[in-house]
Design a protein around this ligand. Structure first.
Ligand SMILES: C[S@@+](CC[C@H](N)C(=O)[O-])C[C@H]1O[C@@H](n2cnc3c(N)ncnc32)[C@H](O)[C@@H]1O
Length: 353
């Protein structure tokens, strides 16, 4: 697998250090005042919009107009528009200014064409219920089989025969494949010695916890991998292998941030999708966080909500759960993020209980 332990340096305002019981965490490298922006990110590894919102969310800035279709599309040779929609021409032009963007569009367009060709074979949405528990050995053996048998067989086929091996994918798998394409594009076009890439390589993978909890994901991963292996155009295919694919999805499971309609938590706001911001993924959760995260379009800012002293841990709230009781908070964190919260507030409240 890809993750390796290397020292990760993100900012002069905080250091990343290993703790006794919550992995790596971020600690203030000096006294910092309330209101300080300790991290401001505009580059993500990959982003994904939920299928139902695919035409209603801007592919560049995530603008959402209460369910209205975005007005601007690509106006070039990509006839189907690669599944990309923009709120303004300005957003579209910003998107198109990315270096090598034609390769990203090419891959998304190829996937979209295949998805539409498959439409007739898909009857409604394909249910992939699976309750059988999945061990780490089973995960390894699936990938070994794909590497030793499936890939070997596919590589021997002519391209015209290869496309006949495409699995029929459902909406979740289609959305996941788009996300992986976006990530592969970032990996391919970003300097390997950059902060962004060091952070990505070091992301914690939650592959086995997540697949044990949701066994259906193993089949999803298999189908997405097979789809991409067959369809990816050469530019992205050259950086595509099983370890990279598993690290992209394994780290997405524990490190992605939701893209919400509004900043403020409310029951009525829509969950539009998610994105992975590797540099922001070393903040641990606390039920009394000292950082607040704000998304402004495609910019994410982490701001101190109190003064902190040197060596104090910097934490965010992962799930908007601060108003809940300690047992409820801990249950949600365990179910969704697979950890027992070690934050000071939980420790105090558990003693009181
Ligand atoms: C986004 S990562 C944070 C960085 C992570 N500690 C690392 O070493 O990569 C989330 C993971 O950190 C750990 N974590 C975060 N907050 C925690 C907490 N309050 N108590 C215990 N573990 C925590 C869990 O393993 C969780 O899955």
């Amino acid at each position: 697998m890809m993750p390796i332990e290397e020292a990760v340096y993100i900012s002069e305002l905080f250091d990343i250090r290993t703790t006794d019981n919550s992995g790596r965490a971020c600690f203030a490298s000096k006294d910092l005042k309330k209101g300080t922006d300790v991290l401001c990110l505009t580059k993500c590894l990959g982003a994904s919009t939920c299928y139902e919102f695919r035409k209603e969310v801007c592919s560049q800035c995530f603008q959402y107009d209460g369910g209205q279709r975005m007005k601007v599309r690509l106006n070039n040779k990509f006839l189907k528009g690669a599944g990309l929609w923009f709120c303004t021409e300005n957003c579209r032009d910003q998107f198109l200014r990315q270096e090598h963007v034609d390769h990203l569009i090419d891959a998304l367009e190829t996937l979209l064409v295949s998805w539409e060709i498959q439409a007739k074979k898909r009857i409604g949405s394909i249910d992939r219920a699976s309750n059988s528990s999945i061990s780490t050995e089973k995960i390894e053996s699936l990938w070994q089989d794909i590497r030793d048998n499936w890939i070997t067989r596919i590589d021997r086929m002519k391209p015209t025969k290869r496309v006949l091996q495409l699995p029929i994918i459902n909406e979740d798998e289609y959305v996941c494949a788009r996300f992986v394409i976006h990530c592969l594009f970032t990996l391919k076009t970003t300097d390997t010695s950059s902060l962004h890439m060091a952070a990505f390589r070091n992301l914690q993978s939650n592959e086995s916890s997540k697949i044990s909890r949701f066994p259906v994901l193993l089949d999803l991963q298999k189908r997405v991998f097979q789809t991409l292996y067959i369809l990816l155009p050469p530019f992205l295919k050259s950086g595509f292998d099983i370890p990279t694919f598993r690290h992209i999805l394994g780290s997405e499971y524990g490190n992605s941030f939701g893209i919400w309609q509004n900043e403020e938590a409310s029951d009525s706001r829509e969950y539009l999708g998610y994105w992975v911001l590797p540099e922001a993924s070393f903040f641990n959760h606390s039920c009394a966080p000292n950082l607040i995260k704000h998304r402004f379009g495609n910019k994410m800012i982490f701001t101190l909500n109190s003064d902190v002293t040197k060596d104090q841990e910097l934490c965010i709230d992962y799930k908007d759960i601060l108003d809940l009781k300690v047992d409820e908070r801990r249950h949600i964190l365990k179910e969704n993020w697979f950890f027992s919260c070690e934050c000071p507030r939980c420790k105090i409240e558990m003693q009181i209980n």
